[in-house]
Design a protein around this ligand. Sequence first.
Ligand code: DGJ
Length: 729
Amino acid sequence: MSVIFDKNSKSFKLDTPGTSYVLEIIDGDYLVHRYYGARIPDTDLTYMHFKTNISSFFPNSPETNIPLGTQLLEYPTHGIGDFRASAVMIRGADGTATTDIRYVSHRIYKGKPVLEGLPSTYADENEAETLEIDAIDNHTGALVTLVYTAFAKHDAITKSVRVKNTSDKPFSLERIFSGCLDMPSSEYDLIHLWGHWAKERTPERTRLHHGKQSIESIRVSSGHQHNPFIALVSPNADEDMGDAYGFNLVYSSSFLIEAEVDSFGATRVLAGINPTDFSWCVNPGETFTAPELVMVYSDKGIGEMSRTFHRLYTNNLCRRQWKGIKRPILVNNWEGTYFDFDDEKLISIAKDAAELGIEMLVLDDGWFGTNRNNDDCDLGDWFVNEKKIRCGIKELARRIRELGLKFGLWFEPEMISPISKLYDELPDWCLHVDGRKCSPARRQYVLDYSRADVRDYIIDCMSKIIDEAELDYIKWDFNRNMTELGSALLTPAQQKELSHRYVLGVYEVMQRLLDKYPTLLIEGCSGGGGRFDAGMLYYAPQIWTSDDTDAIERIDIQYGTSFVYPASAMSAHLSASPNHQTRRATSFKTRGIVAMGGNFGYELDLNQLTDDEKEAVKKQISDYNKYQKLVQGGDLYRLISPFKNRLHSAWEYVSPDKSEALLTFVVMRREIYSRYYLVKLRGLDPEKLYRSSDDGRVYSGALLMNAGVNLCKDYTDGDSLIIHFTEVK
Ligand code: DGJ
């Protein structure tokens, strides 16, 4: 990794092991973009200057002959002749919004700065180098600092932006994107991950076209509908070849990621806070920080792009305490009992769990308030319901711990039920607009996390329970999106800050809890995977991937999720068959094999298991303990896409030293005749020899990758197998 400034060409160059990124200061002190792609030795790319025979409809900059609207710009501003979407628009005290930033100075240093109040990737001095470029808008006194970090071991570059008000008058940020990338081509396909509840992160690939194509959220959450991620890939790109540029926001509130193709064939990518219903007032002396954008480039296809994200997030985003650490195998009572449990039932589940080798009991929704026997009430009343937990939470936790298990609890800390003690006492603590009725969702409203008193109250309530039950884990759920966005404490002008202030409040509460309880494991959740983003992953190193626990549906969901997020980020549980969401019956074995692609656990009533199933659980736990490091620390190869082949799917994990691999194969629907199932492995060392756990034979890596593994068997629907390949020396 290195970051350099070449004085002669006035160019900056950031290198990662396999990529380079070049930008340049041109006449008038504008910043233009020159290159992002495979690593190059050159720094001076001034020859790439774009000249065209343009008309008066592309105004020149007043001080140079450069029509900015024709150039690849590094951080385009509003109102000075570039009519594409701008990265920043600042409305000054005079009411105008023309924004014109010019280079002032820069710094290059080792390491990576912390983003104040925001989640971000982290790196020490040996892991990354950072470039900060200051550019000023003299009219408003806005000092814009573009922050770039290049990683030493990953082909990833992060961007973020700070804006300081150096004047004596306030101004408003009406657009403030985390990063822009102008690319001199539009020959790309756009991949994004769409979805809905119980069907999250479905990859969709379309050709770029002229004009704007975007994904966004205005839900004050990243949402089920569009993950804050896009990739631009060359039309020939597949898992193993072609160009793949990935963009992922480390942010959990309303976002916009947009690709705009202009009339010269260039593409502008913008990613950051959604400007809809947003503006932020920056008073004299104050600084605003935009969330982080992670950019990954691979010239070896979409698979390598994903593996880069996985390595980066495993090593430089996941909380240090949990980095590379196996998470407890848990049993969660939700699909086992729903709201219908008491302390004795929980202890009987815990007894079975302990006998089977499960490591933690998680008590899901329904343990608190006075009448939480369905989802009608009591959110906000974070005291234990002693009608259900008659022995009290402390004693329940003691009895669970006595069995050798850890103990975790479900919370939905951002919500308030209109039927609750908290709402009776403090109705204006929820997001609301005076004079308008609140729209309920799941019969609940949202607490106003922009308020310090709300945040303090929640930390206080949760701390009491965490202390009393000595919790090892909490599941942090979030089951609705925002409407009637208004806060009782913000001024009219500040109401447009609420969607960002809200998430800053959520991040603050999570950080304060983790400062207080450093070993606490937080699992993120939002009606399944409705807030599965890198912002949440910073605090919650694992996230409940989806409320759809059907193994066959989960293949799609985990496949799509793996475009960006590593196996260690996904929680996956074996649940009952027929499945509660789809009514599909799937074998115990396949349910286990699919759930082992994430943080493994069970979500059913263990008391109902047959003896055979109990034996199967013991075997699964032993397999998971054997393979977890390979799955979560290895490289993922998506071999057969369940979206391209709706009959069967295969994926593989390879250890970093290529000494072992794990192949998983699932037949979603058998065909009438058996057929060739020759699955070609990837990522092995062709020179090495590997023994297959399936037939005990020894194969060369070259053979396994070129001829493939013979998986021809007489399958039934939902059959599956895993084969472990270990190096023979
Ligand atoms: C939604 C979650 O995704 C489920 O796992 C469960 O915790 C329920 N909420 C409880 O209300």
